[in-house]
Design a protein around this ligand. Sequence first.
Ligand SMILES: NC(=O)c1ccc[n+]([C@@H]2O[C@H](COP(=O)([O-])OP(=O)(O)OC[C@H]3O[C@@H](n4cnc5c(N)ncnc54)[C@H](O)[C@@H]3O)[C@@H](O)[C@H]2O)c1
Length: 404
Amino acid sequence: MIPGNLTVARNDDDLTSPPTTSWLVEATRTVSYSVSVSRDVFALDNPSLATAGTVGAGETRRRFVVIDKVVHEIYGDQLDRYLRHHDMTTRLCILDATEQQKTLDSATEILHGLDEFGIDRRREPVIAIGGGVLLDLVGLASSLYRRHTPFVRVPTTLIGLVDAGVGVKTGVNFNGQKNRLGTYEAPTTALLDRNFLRSLDRRHLSNGLAEILKIALIKDPELFVRLEESGGVLLDEHMQGATPATELAAREVLRRAVHGMLEELQPNLWETRLERLVDYGHSFSPAIEMAGLPDLLHGEAVCIDMAMTTHIAHRRGLVSDTELGRVMNVMRLLELPVHHVSCTPELLVRALVDTTRHRDGLQRLPLPVGIGDATFVNDVSADELAIAAESVVRAARTVPTGAQ
Ligand SMILES: NC(=O)c1ccc[n+]([C@@H]2O[C@H](COP(=O)([O-])OP(=O)(O)OC[C@H]3O[C@@H](n4cnc5c(N)ncnc54)[C@H](O)[C@@H]3O)[C@@H](O)[C@H]2O)c1
């Protein structure tokens, strides 16, 4: 339902003055989408994927499926069996969805495919299977194709499961800048299947754990403790739960991370409020990530940003010595970097200027308060950035003291 209001202000029956009539159009669009944990989406007896995103308006069995090339190499046979079992006629678009390929050209490739397929967009949701890059690309293409074509997300990386797969942002890099073009477009459904993490390499698991750590640091002290206790084993087991205890840990960490993320996104889905806790770790990281390409992954750049801003918070007395030590130890435990050579004082200042412009003239920089809480500041100086970057480098050289 799209409620709305049309207000008219007119002055055109007074012939002594020039006629003026204006209309004010106000409409509100209700957005609703589901995010569900679904273990083994390719199990033949699991109908979730076959029925995902259908609106009950004479559903068809045709689907346009966009899948990451690497994911297709690993899971292509299973997907094929699943689709055949459910009598689905599909067209596969296999994309080399790397960060370097996160471009308008790749989105256009999807658009050409959609057009050739002749999608019936009221009955045939596009299915996107892959990591954050692929999900962002398909989201953008779906929002462009005939202005809106429903799509279903099946994230296959940890970043996808806890972040890129659950919100409404889409995008591509443009002109050397991260996610410079994009839209807000909710999926119809996101199906979260931890099974995919089995084949994800350790570095990409760490990468996703960085976004989970972000949620822990800004709002969930209990999640932080879970990471302290189980971060190592979650990595070792690819979050597959080899024992009942680690299965519970994996479930709980994933559930808390997704819940925390959605709790922050839902009341501010269109980002009209610029003070966003989920921007923690994302003030300097876009510039760091682009400068560090292809060395740095998204979550790694986020962790470098978080390490530096935790040091700023520490110097301001918002984070104690013990808390700083615990945070740095968890970053190490999760095998995340806290510094990169590209992270020079000049780059940090440039990043802050860009972020400030993006946030309508104020820094609105989230800083941690202790562990599990945060505040926003607007007065971080270039000197403070340089000192923090220097302290991170020094801290990174010290021997871990063990979480306390
Ligand atoms: N839209 C959002 O709200 C949002 C949020 C966070 C991140 N992002 C975006 O997400 C991107 C990062 O996502 P990512 O970390 O998932 O990276 P990615 O999509 O590049 O995937 C990482 C690598 O893992 C491979 N892969 C994917 N699934 C696999 C699996 N199950 N097994 C083995 N290999 C697999 C991919 O081929 C790729 O090489 C960035 O571009 C970032 O901007 C978007």
